[in-house]
Design a protein around this ligand. Structure first.
Ligand SMILES: CC(C)(COP(=O)(O)OP(=O)(O)OC[C@H]1O[C@@H](n2cnc3c(N)ncnc32)[C@H](O)[C@@H]1OP(=O)(O)O)[C@@H](O)C(=O)NCCC(=O)NCCS
Length: 205
């Protein structure tokens, strides 16, 4: 059962997470065009991410995908906006007919504790203080994933995670984080879901 999670967000936007259990041959048979990736597992992740695009929207035009200088894949005529992420044996994609999107999946790791000062400002660390124990690597992974999804949504690179992405409010009941992205003055809502030690974050705006 390779579809791990599927979500029809609205009539124009769909999201899917794939648990990779197939061989490379399965994906290659279903993804006509793909870039060369040397490492076998990374190649599998890349293929699974691409596979999801047509899985979500069967008319997704693979052959028109271009890669920007920032490495962001895109469709020049923007028939669809899309974003892809992979981690471990999971690949995730979000595809929208009308909105810019960003997605990220991460498996929790306690290594994140050591780098928290690199992506969270002092203000954010204070803001999340009541729940942010220095060893709470689940929450730290969520905050990292949230910022990665903003980076993907923006897509133009040159983002300083501490300076440009300000996490404002964590609404656990709604499974959202509010955020202000100063590069284009956007107020964003980051959605997330936990599946044991896997966190999925996404933005539609
Ligand atoms: C490019 C980056 C987003 C990739 O993230 P990652 O965790 O290695 O990998 P993910 O699996 O989540 O995402 C990879 C996918 O993102 C997409 N992608 C790559 N560059 C992108 C960009 N600039 N914008 C949007 N999407 C991008 C691609 O679809 C890629 O998969 P594919 O090549 O198989 O199609 C990430 O490495 C990065 O540069 N993040 C910013 C880091 C940073 O600035 N940190 C500073 C604070 S410490």
């Amino acid at each position: 059962m390779p579809v791990f999670f599927q979500h029809q967000i609205n009539e124009n936007t769909r999201l899917g997470v794939w648990k990779i259990e197939e061989s490379e041959a399965f994906f290659k048979g279903n993804v006509p065009l793909h870039r060369h990736v040397t490492h076998p597992h990374k190649r599998l992740q890349h293929l699974a991410g691409r596979f999801l695009l047509q899985f979500l929207f069967p008319d997704f035009p693979y052959e028109l995908v271009q890669i920007a200088d920032t490495n962001k894949p895109y469709l020049p005529a923007e028939q669809y906006h899309f974003s892809i992420s992979h981690c471990g044996d999971y690949a995730a994609a979000i595809v929208s007919r009308d909105k810019r999107v960003g997605i990220d999946v991460e498996l929790t790791t306690n290594k994140i504790v050591k780098i928290k000062d690199k992506y969270l400002s002092q203000e954010e660390q204070h803001l999340f203080t009541t729940e942010l124990l220095t060893t709470d690597y689940h929450l730290l992974t969520l905050l990292w994933s949230a910022k990665e999804s903003v980076f993907k949504w923006y897509g133009q690179g040159n983002v300083d995670f501490k300076k440009h992405i300000r996490l404002l409010n964590h609404q656990e009941g709604k499974e959202t984080l509010d955020c202000f992205f100063s590069k284009n003055e956007a107020e964003l809502t980051i959605h997330y879901r936990w599946y044991d030690d896997l966190v999925l974050s996404w933005i539609i705006n």
